[in-house]
Design a protein around this ligand. Structure first.
Ligand code: ADP
Ligand code: MG
Length: 239
């Protein structure tokens, strides 16, 4: 367990660190506490899975880290590799809704971050062609999202999220629409992305995904109730 007793807020090695994160929602007269004092630091080079039952706060945590929602309390500190503005260059996000643009083809959706920020386009292997090949969507390059399956749309959203090789990649159940074989395909790709020096946090309740993680952070009722690393992780703490 490392969730408690560490001053995440000043952890210089973290790509992002949060401390005392709280988020409440009003539902009629009730107040739902979606996050209840979450402290967590994420590092480059590892794939972390946020696990926990439905309603435990996974989506809320990811939305706040992605800058799409604001906490009611607590602090967020992004590391040096993250800019002041959350652009695709620093932060890739695969939302559960996928949020592909209907009027753009698969190829154009993946290229979108490059069009918005041409100076950020990294040289090297992770071209749109290479990503489509890795994620087995090359044959769909010129199709529109409405004319491909949910799983194919999801792999397109994954490719878009990693296109500019952001320091932090967030995915809300990014294998949720994949069949068994494709879960491993997407997971392997995300793991490779982490090992290339990026930080990856995805939510999942799929045992196969959890088993393939370097680190599993378990949420329950808006709190972190477990935080364990696979023994082979380079970030495993002694003891
Ligand atoms: P998970 O992704 O683990 O299923 P969520 O983060 O979506 O969990 O939800 C955590 C809790 O917060 C749940 O009780 C959920 O109903 C509630 N919640 C999330 N978003 C909202 C919202 N916009 N309005 C009201 N309640 C919400
Ligand atoms: Mg969710």
């Amino acid at each position: 367990m490392i969730a408690n007793g560490v001053d995440h807020d000043t952890d210089p090695a973290a790509v992002v660190a949060v401390d005392g994160l709280t988020r409440r929602f009003r539902r009629g007269r009730e107040t739902v506490v979606a996050l209840d004092g979450v402290g967590l630091a994420l590092y480059a080079g590892e794939l972390t899975v946020a696990a926990g039952p439905s309603g435990s706060g996974k989506t809320t945590l990811l939305s706040i880290l992605a800058g799409l929602d604001r906490p009611d309390g607590g602090r967020i500190r992004y590391g040096d590799r993250m800019g002041p503005l959350p652009t695709w260059r620093h932060l890739g996000f695969v939302p559960q809704s996928l949020a592909l643009l209907d009027e753009l083809t698969v190829r154009e959706n993946i290229e979108l971050p490059v069009l918005l920020d041409p100076a950020a386009a990294p040289a090297g292997d992770w071209s749109t062609d290479r990503l489509m090949e890795l994620l087995e969507i090359t044959h769909l390059a010129d199709r529109y999202p409405a004319l491909i399956s949910g799983g194919e749309q999801q792999r397109t959203a994954v490719a878009r999220a990693v296109r500019l090789r952001p320091a932090l990649l967030l995915g809300d159940e990014p294998t949720g629409h994949q069949d068994r074989g494709r879960v491993d395909l997407v997971l392997g790709m995300l793991r490779g992305f982490a090992y290339a020096g990026h930080s990856v946090l995805i939510s999942s309740h799929d045992e196969a995904v959890i088993a393939g993680a370097d680190r599993v952070v378990t949420l329950a009722d808006g709190r972190i109730v477990g935080d364990r690393r696979a023994t082979y992780s380079p970030h495993s703490l002694p003891g």
